[in-house]
Write a protein that binds this ligand. Structure first.
Ligand SMILES: [Zn+2]
Length: 70
């Protein structure tokens, strides 16, 4: 790496975000950061829903809890 500014694509709008110039890096703006955060929480809720009603597999889930990626 060099001492040039770190540039990334905004994960939300694919626009350019520059470390040190954009306060919400790697997002280009607070709006993009919030939009991505909302999408993430919505996805997390969708993913966790099947686990809630899977009471029969709770024992199984506990066993695999140790290998769950953090
Ligand atoms: Zn953006």
């Amino acid at each position: 790496m060099s001492d040039l500014p770190i540039k990334k694509k905004c994960p939300s709008c694919q626009g350019l975000s520059v470390y040190g110039e954009h306060a919400h890096f790697p997002f280009c703006s607070a709006r993009c950061r919030d939009r991505d955060f909302l999408a993430w929480t919505d996805e997390a809720r969708t993913l966790s829903t099947p686990l809630v009603d899977a009471e029969n597999s709770m024992d199984n889930f506990s066993l695999s809890d140790g290998v769950f990626p953090d």
